[in-house]
Design a binder for this molecule. Structure first.
Ligand code: SME
Length: 159
């Protein structure tokens, strides 16, 4: 009997390329943004089981809650506020190992301990952010960051 050793890193290394293919297949032929983002939130939640995962969409001076999976969340976040607003302001991914140490963190759910927020950029402008929250400290790593950044490049094309 052949034994296959699977550690977390190997499993994750395979998870992200598979996820991207599934995302492309799910969105193929569908032009409705909300329908596509809703399936993306479900796909991410099903794949990784994160506490909360979803989108905030840029609308004027605020981020407005979009499709997500998980507990109810804040509906609006101002530019530069919290982890999501910072990702928007800096147009840069925010990998936060411990949200309690992030100045101005917005606690939508008291269970959230670590976060990964990736901006979705189109024509050099942030148009939305993808927010992944875990109920474990230090849950996300550079591999998650890279995987979600690649996914977000694809998602930009849906807008
Ligand atoms: N934690 C985020 C707010 C969004 S919720 O956690 C779903 C933030 O500080 O930007």
């Amino acid at each position: 009997v052949q034994q296959i050793e699977v550690n977390t890193s190997q499993a994750k290394a395979q998870a992200y390329p598979t996820l991207l293919k599934q995302a492309q297949a799910l969105c193929q032929g569908e032009t409705n943004l909300i329908a596509n983002l809703a399936n993306m939130a479900a796909l991410l939640h099903q794949t990784f089981g994160w506490h909360w995962v979803g989108f905030y969409l840029v609308q004027h001076t605020e981020l407005v809650l979009g499709p997500f999976q998980g507990p109810v969340a804040c509906t609006r976040i101002a530019y530069g506020k919290g982890v999501c607003g910072t990702a928007w302001e800096q147009a840069k991914t925010q990998l936060v190992p411990n949200v309690h140490k992030f100045p101005g963190h917005i606690a939508c759910s008291s269970l959230s301990q670590s976060e990964l927020v990736v901006p979705i950029i189109k024509n050099n402008e942030v148009i939305a952010v993808l927010d992944a929250d875990s109920d474990a400290i230090n849950h996300f790593d550079a591999e998650d960051q890279q995987g979600l950044e690649v996914l977000c490049q694809f998602l930009a094309g849906l807008f």
